[in-house]
Design a protein around this ligand. Structure first.
Ligand code: ATR
Length: 282
């Protein structure tokens, strides 16, 4: 009998993570038996938690808030996209450690383009935040052909560090929050901060969203509500949370681990229905 492979998501907090449910769904759909657990670890506990999972023979790990940057540092190899992000959300077991990948950006791009019919090419994009979530999506947005990427963050040194890491000075523009009024309308505004967790969404002028411009919050559930409400009031056209991105990044991780791409429509619809109160524009 072949041993069932073991996977886990590590984060803090983790209790409400939908990843175990999504991977269980994919496992059933593709008839690939697996075990997928959720491990709660604070930043101080993260390294030990990953070590314990590794020692126990774990085959793959998803990394979520707030450990994606640290996880990339702990991998013994990174894919090109994880290296560009400086953050990893998917770890693949190798003989001598972990290969770190980042499927967040592809997940976001796929959700915007395939599920929501958006064409990202030529778009002027504002990314709010420069932490692990922002780092995860920035390279994929550039690869999708956007015209420009403006980045603002509470801590300017992190804005500059992200812009430097992306290495595309012609398209990537680090800015300050104070500059926002002068920057005019964006075709896409992305909230990649965790500010709403502490009820502290930064002030954003409504002129930020261009006519027919769109907005995405990379989180979902209650913490996405303040930004999505702001975006709708500011006239956003497609205004969405990060639920679709979550499902798509999970599908991409599943593909890396099992060599088979799951179909995401059914699980997305099921999760969307159970988060009905929080459904956004679409
Ligand atoms: P994540 O993995 O969610 O990106 P993170 O790496 O801790 O987690 O990054 C959190 C992001 O939210 C950062 O951009 C952070 O800004 P700082 O770099 O200045 O810390 C941003 N953030 C968190 N709380 C915020 C607040 N109250 N106002 C504005 N930005 C905030």
């Amino acid at each position: 009998m072949t041993e069932i492979k073991r996977f886990a998501v590590i984060g803090h907090p983790i209790a409400h993570s939908l990843s175990p449910r999504i991977h269980a769904f994919f496992s059933k759909q593709r008839r690939i038996p697996l075990e997928y657990s959720a491990i709660d670890a604070t930043p101080e506990q993260f390294e030990a938690a990953l070590e314990a999972f590794t020692a126990g023979g774990g085959d793959g790990v998803n990394i979520t808030l707030p450990h994606k940057v640290r996880a990339a540092e702990l991998c013994n190899e990174l894919t090109e996209r994880a290296r560009r992000c400086g953050a990893a959300n998917t770890l693949i077991r190798q003989d001598h450690g972990w290969l770190g990948d980042n499927t967040d950006g592809l997940g976001l791009v796929r959700d915007l383009t395939d599920r929501h019919g958006q064409d990202l090419r030529g778009r002027k994009v504002l990314l709010i935040g420069a932490g692990g979530a922002a780092r995860g999506v920035a390279p994929a947005l550039l690869d999708a052909g956007i015209k420009s990427l403006y980045i603002v963050n509470r801590t300017p040194s992190r804005t500059d560090a992200l812009a430097d890491a992306l290495g595309e000075p012609a398209r990537v523009h680090p800015r300050n929050f104070e500059d926002l009024r002068r920057l005019g309308g964006f075709d896409l505004v992305i909230n990649a901060t965790s500010a709403a967790r502490e009820a502290a969404l930064p002030f954003l002028p409504s002129s930020l969203i261009a006519p027919r411009g769109d907005a995405v919050d990379l989180s979902y559930g209650e913490v996405a509500i303040p930004f999505l409400a702001w975006a709708r009031a500011a006239g956003g056209d497609v205004v969405i949370d990060g639920l679709g991105m979550l499902v798509e990044q999970a599908a991409e991780a599943f593909l890396r681990w099992h060599g088979v791409r799951p179909d995401t429509t059914a699980v997305y619809e099921e999760l969307r229905a159970s988060h009905a109160l929080l459904t956004t524009a679409d």
